[in-house]
Design a protein around this ligand. Structure first.
Ligand SMILES: Cc1cc2nc3c(=O)[nH]c(=O)nc-3n(C[C@H](O)[C@H](O)[C@H](O)COP(=O)(O)OP(=O)(O)OC[C@H]3O[C@@H](n4cnc5c(N)ncnc54)[C@H](O)[C@@H]3O)c2cc1C
Length: 239
């Protein structure tokens, strides 16, 4: 029996690799998988060392499908991280890895799914939500959207200039930053959730992504604000 395409490993060449924030690296990969995925989905990445040792991890796709034949991953360097350490310190354009996917049908969005969209991401958990916002910006700006983004500091926030530009030029999109470590930063609390819901109106789709702790906290606040739990889709990056 032939394996379904999603379970097969595909070679992927790094076409560009650049720092996105002090901790996060943007990795562009050319791969056949880039032809057919939905915003919000992730891929498994497999590295193979010269001695045959293999390591594999999941990474959300940050790009929206754009016909370029490439996908962007945004990978945060974790202390002593085996795979994130390789991408952020060792990998170079021209290197080849393997990808499997796309994975995660229920944590994905495209315009025909409708809205309004309420998104909440903590740290690198913003990555699949960024893909959804990039997809919305391509063709679906009429669908109201709000992003609640919890980050330790503004300097560590992924794609902040892009998100702030979008919020400034698109009245249908609101960005609500919760900054935990900068002096004077707002907290993720009921008031922030009320602000976001005030901009979108009752949401039709809610996507939450980040650490277990972030997803639990955001989910509790959003349900307490009156959103039906059945609308909420979550993805947890671990820890
Ligand atoms: C569906 C999904 C999508 C993901 N998408 C992204 C993404 O877009 N960008 C991204 O940077 N990461 C993402 N992750 C996390 C990623 O899969 C790895 O867990 C992460 O890169 C750590 O792998 P590592 O090999 O570098 O660290 P490891 O060598 O496995 O661990 C090193 C240390 O970091 C700790 N650790 C491991 N994972 C995490 C974590 N997620 N958070 C905090 N501490 C951790 C370990 O306990 C250990 O102490 C995603 C995870 C899932 C399940």
């Amino acid at each position: 029996m032939t394996e379904p395409v999603v379970f097969r490993w595909h070679p992927a060449e790094i076409t560009a690799i650049t720092p996105a924030t002090p901790l996060v690296t943007s990795v562009r990969l050319r791969c056949t998988l880039a032809e057919d995925y939905r915003a919000g989905q992730h891929v498994d990445v497999r590295l193979t060392a010269a001695d045959g040792y293999q390591a594999q991890r999941s990474y959300s796709i940050a790009s929206a499908p754009d016909g370029s034949g490439t996908v962007e991953l945004l990978i945060e360097a974790l202390p002593d991280g085996e795979v994130s350490g390789w991408f952020t310190q060792v990998a170079a354009a021209g290197d080849t890895v393997e990808l499997r996917g796309p994975i995660g049908g229920s944590f994905s969005w495209d315009g025909p799914d409708g809205g309004p969209l309420l998104l909440a991401g903590g740290g690198s958990g913003v990555v699949p939500l960024l893909a959804m916002l990039r997809r919305r910006a391509q063709d679906w700006r009429a669908i109201p959207a709000a992003l609640i983004y919890a980050t330790r500091t503004r300097a560590e926030a992924i794609a902040l200039p892009e998100l702030e530009r979008l919020a400034a030029e698109d009245p249908g999109f609101a960005l609500h930053l919760a900054v935990t470590r900068d002096p004077g930063g707002k907290r993720l609390d009921a008031a922030l959730v009320a602000d976001a819901l005030g901009r979108t109106g009752p949401p039709g789709k809610v996507f939450l992504c980040g650490s277990n702790r972030f997803v639990a906290a955001a989910s509790d606040l959003i349900v307490a604000a009156g959103v039906a739990p059945g609308l909420i889709r979550t993805e947890r990056f671990g820890a």
